[in-house]
Design a protein around this ligand. Structure first.
Ligand SMILES: [Zn+2]
Ligand SMILES: [Zn+2]
Length: 155
């Protein structure tokens, strides 16, 4: 996902808007694998201050995930916003707070994916009232009833 920013380089301090979308390949964040059900869409603004770009944007992603209760696969929509600085590659090398760029294009992929990761819930559930699986027989309690005796029944 790239945005062309030559116009902003010529007009320091001016804010320009952009929209972009990209179908990302699967990502692995630590132990969590994420695949995308549709292109991630991003819209926002970029401004050049003479040294670096500030990109402020809103993004939405639809990620394929597994319900933590019933293990059903479903797509979860995740909306997030971010504001990041992009500094010309050679000038400031390894700075955790900024992203590098070169030429008159900003490559947004890493900023988008980093911020998406921050928004990912630790455990996703397919719906608020998902009943999950029976701990005894493994039946999906959303669709079946089983006769297992669980501890709750003794209360
Ligand atoms: Zn579920
Ligand atoms: Zn059961």
């Amino acid at each position: 996902m790239r945005i062309r920013v030559a116009n902003a380089i010529r007009q320091t301090g001016e804010s320009f808007s952009f929209e972009a979308a990209e179908q990302f390949s699967d990502q692995v964040y630590g132990e969590r694998a994420v695949s995308f059900a549709e292109p991630v869409s991003v819209s926002g603004t970029y401004v050049y201050d003479g040294k670096a770009f500030t990109v402020s944007a809103k993004a939405t992603a639809l990620v394929n995930t597994e319900c933590a209760r019933c293990t059903k696969l479903f797509a979860e929509r995740i909306a997030f916003s971010f504001s990041e600085r992009f500094v010309k590659g050679e000038d400031e090398a390894s700075d955790d707070e900024t992203y590098p760029y070169s030429g008159d294009e900003l490559l947004l992929d890493k900023a988008v994916l980093d911020n998406l990761f921050l928004e990912l819930p630790i455990a996703s559930i397919c719906r608020e009232d998902c009943k999950g699986l029976c701990p005894v027989c493994g039946a999906d309690l959303n669709t079946t009833k089983c006769d297992c005796t669980t501890e709750e029944a003794w209360e």
